[in-house]
Design a protein around this ligand. Structure first.
Ligand code: FEO
Ligand code: CA
Ligand code: CA
Length: 661
C-alpha cells in the first residue's frame, strides 16, 4: 500500500495493467479482416458514406431507418446533472433511503456498531465493507414478490485506512495486528439480509430473520466441486483433500440463478497473497494471475495460508465462482470449478432454448477475456435437482471478429491444442489455468470486461468494457488507444439461443464526453451534456428491458469525465437507442455498484462503494487523500465522529410506480 493512497486507488490502477502471459496476443489477423470489411462496405451504396465508421455508428443508422415502437419518454424521470459533492442525488420525483450501512447488525444478536471499539467478532455478525453486487431473491421463494425478499450482497474489499482511528498513512505496516487483519477478513465476503417494505412504503431490514447470514473468508467453510476438486494442485497443508477451503473474498459483480442460489465471483484474489513462491511448478500460473499482488494486504503475516512460502498452492483455491443457497442458512457454499479460474466479474445468467443454464462472466483485467459456461443438464423446476448442475458443462471464451461476428471457443481438454503438448494433463488443469488455455485458443483481449447482462426480453447480452489506459493497438471491439472511457458491447446470439457458439456483435455506445471529437465518443444526440458517462461497470436490466449502467472511474474520474460516478439508464432499442440519462449520482470518492430491481421494478437497490476514497485529491476544495479523521465526505451519516460508510441505498418513485417511470 503506497503512502497517501487508499487500497481502492491501488486496485483501480493495477486492474489497468495487463498480466504477464506466455502467449502474446497478435492482432495482425484482426487488422487484415478490418481492411477486408472496409472493402465490403464500399460496395453498399448508402453505407459507403459510413465506410470508415465503426459498427456502433452502423447500428445506430440501421435503427434510425427502422424505428421500433419506442416512446420518446423512455426515461420517465428528470435527469440528475453531472457534478461532484459530498452527497448522493436522485431526481426530484424519486426518493432515496439508506437501507444498510457498513457495521449495521445482520445476524441475530449482532452487536450495534461501535466505530471506536470494533472487533472481529462483532464484524462477523455485522454488514461488511464495500458493498458491491446486490441480488434479490423474492420471498416466498418461487413468487414474484416485490415487497419482501433476501438481499444477497458482496463485500468486495476493505479500505482499512478509512475504517480505523489512528491508521498511520505513512507507515501502515506498523498498524496491523491479528485482530485488525481479522476485522478486515470479517468485513469481506457477503451478507444475506431479509428486507421488507412496510405499510408506509419504506424498505427495512428484518432484524430477526432466520435467513440473515454473513459469508466471510475468516469463518465460512466451503467445499470445492467440479473438475478441479481434489486435484493435487488444490491440496495444501491445511487441506490435504483439496476439497475444503475457508471462505471467499474480493467478490465483485455476481448473479442469482433461476433456482434462487447466489453466485459469488472471486475477482482480484492475487492482492491477498504475499511472500516467496515455494513451488516452482506453479510459477508461471501465479505470474499469469498476478500472484503475489504487487501491493498485497498483510493477511499473510497472520494467516500462513496467504503466505506463498508456506502454502504455494493456496492461490489455486481462489479465482472461482462460489454458489451459496440463501434459502438454507445452514448450507455450506460450494466453489464450482467448472466455471473456470480467473478474475471473475459477474455471473448473470439466461436459459438456452432447450432449458440449460448459461452463465456469462468477464475477466476484469486489461487484455483479458469474456467467458460463458453452458450446463450439460437442464434446469429442473425442483430446486434440489439443480444442486450439482453447475459441475458439468462447457466453458467457452469469446472471439470477436472485425466484421461484427463472433464465436464462442470451447475450453475442453484434448481439443484444439488444449492437451499435454501444451502442458495440460486434464480438464482440471484447464480450469486452474483458464487464462492460458484461452490465450492458446486465440480469444480476443478486451478493454477490461466487467459485468455482463442478458436481457431476457430480447435475448441480447450487454458487456461493459470499462476502460484500458494502456491499449496501443486497436481493433473493432476495442477501437480506441489509451481508452480512459470504455464502451458497451451488444451481443446477439445466433438464432436467439444462448447455447449457440456463433453471435453477432456491435458497440452500442463508446463512452466519454461527446463534446470533444478527439475522445471519439458515440451516443445518440439526445443524450445531452449531462447524460453521457465514462467507465461502465455493473449492469442491470429492469422489468421493461431497459439497461442500467453503473460507473466506476476510480481515482481517474477527473480525467475520464470530471463528474462523480453514477447510475444511468441507456436506451438499447428503437429510435432513441444509444441515449443515456443519469438517475443517481454518488458522493465524492465512491463508485456505484449492484443495481438491482425488485421484479416489478418499484424498488431499485444500489450499493455505494468506498465513499470518500477514490480520487479525493482531485476534488476541488479538498485536494488531499481522505483519512479516518479527515475524509472528503462523511456520507451517509454526516456525523462528526462517524467516518464514511459504504451503504445500500433504496430508490423508489414518489408515485409508487416503477423506478425511472
Ligand atoms: Fe471489482 Fe471489476 O470491479
Ligand atoms: Ca465491478
Ligand atoms: Ca469496480
Amino acid at each position: 500500500m503506497g503512502k497517501n493512497k487508499s487500497f481502492g486507488e491501488n486496485f483501480e490502477e493495477l486492474d489497468d495493467r495487463p498480466a504477464a502471459r506466455s502467449t502474446a496476443p497478435s492482432l495482425a489477423d484482426l487488422w487484415n479482416r478490418r481492411i477486408a470489411r472496409r472493402g465490403f462496405l464500399a460496395g453498399m451504396g448508402k453505407a459507403a458514406l459510413l465506410a470508415t465508421a465503426s459498427p456502433a455508428i452502423l447500428s445506430l443508422a440501421a435503427c434510425d431507418e427502422t424505428p421500433k415502437a419506442a416512446p420518446d419518454d423512455i426515461f420517465g424521470f428528470e435527469p440528475v446533472p453531472h457534478g461532484i459533492d459530498g452527497d448522493h442525488h436522485v431526481p426530484a420525483d424519486h426518493l432515496s433511503d439508506i437501507l444498510l450501512r457498513w457495521g449495521d447488525p445482520v445476524v441475530k444478536d449482532a452487536p450495534d456498531f461501535d466505530i471506536r471499539n470494533q472487533t472481529a467478532a462483532a464484524q462477523l455478525a455485522q454488514f461488511g465493507y464495500n458493498n458491491d453486487f446486490i441480488g434479490f431473491v423474492p420471498l416466498p421463494f418461487g413468487s414474484n414478490a416485490s415487497d419482501r425478499g433476501l438481499l444477497c450482497v458482496h463485500h468486495e474489499y476493505t479500505n482499512d485506512d478509512l475504517m480505523h482511528p489512528g491508521y498511520p498513512a505513512d507507515n501502515p505496516a506498523s498498524f496491523y495486528t491479528q485482530e485488525i487483519v481479522d476485522i478486515a477478513m470479517a468485513a469481506h465476503g457477503g451478507s444475506i439480509v431479509e428486507v421488507a417494505r412496510g405499510e408506509d412504503g419504506k424498505w427495512q431490514v428484518v432484524r430477526d430473520s432466520e435467513y440473515n447470514r454473513r459469508i466471510t473468508p475468516l469463518a465460512t467453510e466451503m467445499t470445492i466441486s467440479g473438475p478441479a476438486a481434489g486435484h493435487p494442485r488444490l491440496q495444501t497443508g491445511e487441506d490435504p483433500t483439496g476439497r475444503r477451503v475457508m471462505g471467499t473474498f474480493n467478490n465483485c459483480a455476481g448473479g442469482i440463478t433461476p433456482w434462487g442460489t447466489w453466485l459469488m465471483s472471486e475477482e482480484n484474489f492475487n492482492f491477498y497473497f504475499l511472500g516467496e513462491n515455494a513451488d516452482e511448478t506453479e510459477a508461471e500460473n501465479h505470474s499469469r494471475m498476478g500472484v503475489p499482488g504487487s501491493r498485497s494486504y498483510p493477511w499473510g503475516h497472520f494467516h500462513k495460508r496467504f503466505n506463498l512460502a508456506a502454502e504455494p498452492r493456496e492461490p489455486n483455491r481462489y479465482g472461482w465462482v462460489v454458489e451459496v443457497d440463501p434459502l438454507d442458512p445452514a448450507s455450506m457454499p460450494v466453489k464450482r470449478t467448472a466455471l473456470g479460474r480467473f478474475k471473475h466479474e459477474g455471473c448473470e445468467n439466461a436459459l438456452t432454448k432447450d432449458g440449460r443454464l448459461v452463465v456469462y462472466m468477464g475477466d476484469d483485467q486489461a487484455f483479458e477475456y469474456l467467458y460463458k459456461f453452458v450446463t450439460a443438464g437442464k434446469v429442473s423446476a425442483k430446486r434440489e435437482e439443480n444442486a450439482s448442475l453447475l459441475d458439468e458443462g462447457t466453458l467457452y471464451v469469446a472471439r470477436f471478429e472485425e466484421d461484427g461476428s463472433g464465436r464462442w471457443l470451447p475450453l475442453t481438454f484434448g481439443e484444439n491444442g488444449l492437451d499435454e503438448a501444451n502442458g495440460f494433463t486434464s480438464q482440471a488443469d484447464l480450469m486452474i489455468e483458464t487464462r492460458r488455455a484461452a490465450d492458446l485458443l486465440g480469444a480476443t483481449p478486451l478493454d477490461r470486461p466487467e459485468d455482463v447482462e442478458p436481457n431476457d426480453l430480447t435475448g441480447k447480452v450487454y458487456v461493459a468494457l470499462t476502460n484500458s489506459k494502456e491499449r496501443t493497438e486497436t481493433d473493432a471491439v476495442n477501437p480506441r488507444p489509451a481508452n480512459l472511457w470504455g464502451q458497451i458491447v451488444e451481443i446477439e446470439p445466433q438464432g436467439g439461443d444462448h447455447a449457440s457458439t456463433a453471435f453477432a456483435w456491435n458497440l452500442i455506445v463508446k463512452c466519454g464526453d461527446p463534446a470533444f471529437p478527439s475522445i471519439g465518443a458515440e451516443w445518440h444526440p439526445d443524450t445531452g451534456s449531462d447524460g453521457w458517462f465514462a467507465c461502465p461497470d455493473n449492469l442491470a436490466v429492469d422489468a421493461k428491458g431497459r439497461l442500467w449502467v453503473a460507473t466506476d472511474q476510480g481515482s481517474g474520474w477527473h480525467a475520464a469525465s470530471g463528474t462523480a460516478d453514477g447510475l444511468y439508464a441507456l436506451a438499447t432499442a428503437g429510435g432513441k437507442r444509444g441515449t443515456a440519462r443519469q438517475i443517481f449520482r454518488a458522493p465524492v470518492g465512491a463508485e456505484v455498484c449492484g443495481p438491482c430491481f425488485t421484479p416489478d421494478g418499484t424498488a431499485l437497490f444500489i450499493a455505494v462503494q468506498h465513499p470518500a476514497a477514490d480520487g479525493a485529491k482531485n476534488y476541488k476544495g479538498f485536494e488531499r487523500a481522505s483519512t479516518f479523521d479527515d475524509p472528503a465526505t462523511r456520507w451517509p451519516d454526516f456525523e462528526p465522529d462517524m467516518p464514511p460508510r459504504p451503504s445500500v441505498v433504496v430508490i423508489t418513485a414518489k408515485n409508487g410506480g416503477p423506478v425511472g417511470g
